[in-house]
Design a protein around this ligand. Structure first.
Ligand SMILES: Nc1nc2c(ncn2[C@@H]2O[C@H](COP(=O)(O)OP(=O)(O)OP(=O)(O)O)[C@@H](O)[C@H]2O)c(=O)[nH]1
Ligand SMILES: [Mg+2]
Length: 352
């Protein structure tokens, strides 16, 4: 089967790398579309001269907005699938063929590049935050998602058309995975090379991690609220607007809601645990997505209550860690309290 798709690249001030990326991609797929997101360098010119189509967004609005613009262009041009890649050279165009092969086998699945097998190449703090993100995003997506933060992905266009994406910046890629998984779509992964090339990042470790975390918590809040009162219903999103999206329409409302869910997450998980334990007699197989896992809700409640502890451990560890004195306590905590919740068979099913 030939691949009827394009490669899209959201780019912001990436003139040093975008030319090489575009040329590398074109060795595999001729159609490349770059969204030049209000760059103040000549990203757009370099991308155009390298052979890509360029969509210029006048004012920088972040990766999520650029992705939505690129998805629209793919809809307009009638492609079946869209591959997204980063502009900073952290993705190897040689890996594109793996996505195309996986798509040929599983045309309805999202295919995500996974770098988790190259742990030693990924900065430690980043790897640890990816591990915790995976624990919760997989719960929202009703399946094990190996690498939830990688921007090298393939999306079927028919799926993107069904979804309404409400978030911005780096949160959008998490939103797509949670909504797609929560609709019942399979998210598969292919192993890719992790490249840390010393090119600066736009990702802000505190602000962007906080935005992603707040969105994931608020999504799970609504999802588990619905699942607690429904029988045999693991998929709570069915396309279009989600209950969670209603507050997205108003920025103040959204910030307030995210803050509220983050602040009340600890007592509310206990409430969900009680619902999970006692409401089952009245509402058969409520929390259907959680009951499929190898653990009960107690393990999830416990993991959530460990989040503030991990934060304190991480700060303490940073304070005490020097070149010759490494504690690595956070790694141990994460391995212990954020374990694998899926059966081995299910995990293997997701790789291609
Ligand atoms: N359109 C657009 N793209 C962006 C923006 N910020 C980042 N990107 C792109 O998103 C991709 C990933 O951004 P990075 O800042 O490298 O984030 P990351 O790769 O997740 O993080 P690192 O591993 O630290 O590099 C790159 O291709 C960027 O060009 C933005 O404001 N607008
Ligand atoms: Mg990067």
């Amino acid at each position: 089967m030939s691949y009827k798709g394009c490669v899209t690249i959201p780019a912001y001030n990436a003139s040093a790398t975008i030319g090489e990326v575009v040329k590398g991609v074109q060795a595999h797929i001729p159609k490349v579309i770059v969204a030049d997101d209000g760059s103040t360098d000549n990203t757009g010119i370099v991308a155009y001269e390298a052979g890509s189509e360029v969509i210029r967004i006048e004012k920088n609005k972040g990766k999520g907005n650029a992705l939505k613009v690129l998805f629209w262009r793919a809809f307009e041009e009638g492609y079946d699938a869209v591959i997204t890649m980063d502009a900073d050279g952290q993705h190897d165009p040689q890996d594109i063929q793996r996505f195309i092969d996986a798509h040929a086998l599983h045309p309805d699945s999202i295919i995500v590049g996974s770098r988790m097998h190259e742990k030693e190449k990924i900065p430690r703090a980043r790897y640890n935050s990816m591990h915790i993100a995976r624990f919760y995003i997989s719960l929202a997506a009703n399946q094990f998602v190996e690498d939830t933060q990688c921007g090298f992905r393939l999306y079927p266009v028919s799926l993107l058309k069904k979804m309404l994406l409400m978030t911005e910046k780096y949160v959008t890629e998490t939103e797509v995975l949670m909504k797609a998984g929560d609709m019942g779509v399979r998210i598969r992964f292919v192993k890719i090379r992790a490249i840390y090339n010393g090119i600066g990042s736009h990702f802000r470790p505190i602000a962007d991690v906080t935005h992603i975390t707040a969105y994931v918590i608020s999504y799970l809040y609504i999802k588990w609220f619905i699942e607690g009162f429904t029988s045999d219903a693991p998929n709570t999103y069915s396309g279009g607007r989600y209950l969670r999206d209603l507050v997205n329409k108003n920025r103040t409302c959204d910030v307030f809601f995210q803050g509220f869910t983050a602040l009340t997450a600890l007592p509310v998980t206990v409430f969900f645990l009680l619902e999970y334990l006692f409401l089952r007699r009245v509402i058969g197989n409520n929390f259907a997505s959680v009951r499929r896992l190898n653990c009960g809700f107690a393990k999830i409640t416990h993991a959530t209550h460990m989040l503030p502890v991990i934060l304190i451990v991480a700060i303490t560890e940073k304070f005490f860690t020097t070149q010759c004195f490494r504690l690595e306590l956070v790694d141990k905590f994460i391995r212990k309290f954020y374990p694998f919740l899926w059966s081995k068979g299910e995990t293997e099913n997701h790789s291609t």
